[in-house]
Design a protein around this ligand. Structure first.
Ligand SMILES: [Zn+2]
Length: 471
């Protein structure tokens, strides 16, 4: 029976009737002859199909020295070495010099108001004459307070045709967003500069975001669209009342944040106005930002303000080692631990515990990078093992000001803050030093405060609601 095509293919594949044969074995057998014939046939066909004759690659003639110099002068290499040939590619006779180049009739440009810049500075930089820049600045100064214009805003400047080349171009128009709610335009009409104000309608409804704390309040709030700075304010406000570490996954946060929407579509997010906690266990918290005596601070719903005079916690972390005798983790023997160790990640900002003056800022042996502050009442504090110091000796610092960042310099097993406190130069237990005075709102102010709180809490929830899985 004739084998089918598939069977023959199988035979070929398996090598039983293959054209491809191992020519090293069974020399002289039928299979070997077939294989040798195949090999020969393939070699012959390759020869037969190869293009006849020889293909020659042109070999360039070697350059003479003069030709080589010429070629090199035209290449990039001399430029890279700073034009070492001394050649200059001059224009040929085919190029005719113009007696006068035409000038653009007008120039449109965008200028940016830098930090520390005045409006007149930017205009002068853009090519406006000093007299005109001052004139425009005073024109705008008559409409708004020039210091209200924030650094970073862009100005659209149009300069017109000038009469001669040795004089500045006249300002044709200037337009910019002077404030979030105001656009200003200066235009030249019949030779004189006039100012046009365009008020942009702004909706000031604050943004309210609520959510479940979940595994991390920071992450949950970020996921709900709260800006990082507002979350930091929230944590700082809440920290004075409850330990942030004690928040449960089912606790809910409630934030009201300053928010402005312009009719032109831009939004601007400002400060945190209200911080609320709805706790599964433990007391709920309602904090409202309120300005009393020119100083903004957080007040509880009852009208009780922040404890002031109390020392600021230098970092938010937990205390990992207390004041007293302990076995030193590196030196191995028992000695006095003259401060508190705060657990904190590398790079966490360290805040001054109270207003004071920097007495030293630098390396202090086993303490690593250290900052020492002197405060009123013979009190002093020191902050050690910092990764980075951001104050200088002699500088005054405010309570809560960042003076450096957590690190692990000096004799330290890992990033933490070693915090010491001195009274009359003697180390004392920082946990024992407390001053407590609290502001209390009364009467009409308390009524206003309550009304403000009610109105903020009437804000509809605007942020994306998040459904956080609870562990
Ligand atoms: Zn320590």
């Amino acid at each position: 029976m004739r084998p089918g095509f598939a069977a023959r293919l199988r035979d070929l594949r398996s090598g039983r009737a293959s054209l491809i044969v191992d020519l090293g074995s069974d020399i002289g057998s039928r299979d070997w002859l077939r294989g040798a014939a195949t090999c020969l046939a393939l070699c012959l066909s390759a020869l037969a199909l190869s293009p006849g004759g020889e293909t020659e690659a042109p070999v360039p003639a070697p350059l003479s020295d003069a030709q080589w110099e010429e070629a090199r002068a035209l290449s990039y290499a001399p430029l890279a070495f700073g034009g070492d040939t001394g050649r200059r590619m001059a224009a040929t006779k085919a190029v005719e010099a113009l007696t006068e180049t035409p000038e653009r009739p007008r120039i449109d440009l965008n200028a940016t108001l830098g930090r520390g810049d005045t409006l007149a500075d930017v205009l002068r930089r853009s090519g406006v004459s000093r007299a005109e820049a001052d004139q425009v600045a005073s024109l705008i100064g008559g409409a708004i307070d020039l210091s209200d214009i924030k650094a970073g805003i862009g100005l659209n400047v149009t300069l017109g045709r000038r009469e001669a080349r040795n004089m500045p171009r006249p300002l044709e128009s200037l337009a910019f967003r002077a404030r979030f709610d105001l656009k200003l335009a200066v235009a030249r009409q019949n030779g004189a500069l006039t100012l046009e104000r365009t008020v942009i309608a702004v909706d000031n409804t604050p943004l309210r975001v609520q959510g479940v704390v979940g595994s991390s309040l920071y992450k949950s709030a970020r996921a709900a669209g709260v800006p990082g700075s507002a979350i930091q304010s929230f944590l700082r406000a809440v920290d004075a009342h409850v330990s942030v570490g004690s928040l449960g996954a089912n606790d809910r946060f409630d934030m009201v944040i300053e928010h402005r929407r312009a009719e032109t579509g831009e939004t601007e997010t400002g400060q945190l106005l209200y911080a609320g906690l709805d706790r599964a266990k433990g007391k709920d918290l309602q904090l409202l930002q309120w300005t009393q005596g020119g100083k903004a601070q957080w007040f509880e719903a009852s009208g009780v303000g922040q404890t002031s005079g109390l020392l600021q916690r230098p970092v938010p972390g937990a205390v990992s080692s207390n004041f007293g005798a302990r076995r030193h983790p590196i030196l191995g023997y028992t000695r006095m631990h003259k401060g508190l160790d705060f657990r904190a990640g590398h790079g966490t900002p360290i805040l001054a515990a109270a207003d004071g003056r920097v007495t030293r800022a630098g390396w202090a042996g086993g303490y690593g990078r250290q900052v020492r502050l002197n405060h009123d009442g013979g009190l002093g504090t020191s902050y050690s093992h910092m990764s980075r110091i951001s104050v200088k000796p002699g500088q005054s610092v405010r309570r809560g000001q960042v003076i450096g960042y957590v690190g692990s310099t000096g004799l330290s097993t890992g990033p933490h803050l070693h915090y010491e406190m001195y009274r009359g130069g003697v180390a004392v237990n920082p946990a024992s030093v407390k001053f407590t005075t609290r502001a209390q709102l009364r009467g009409g102010e308390l009524a206003n405060f309550r009304a403000r709180l009610r109105s903020l809490l009437a804000t509809p929830v605007g942020g994306a609601q998040i459904a956080q899985k609870t562990p």
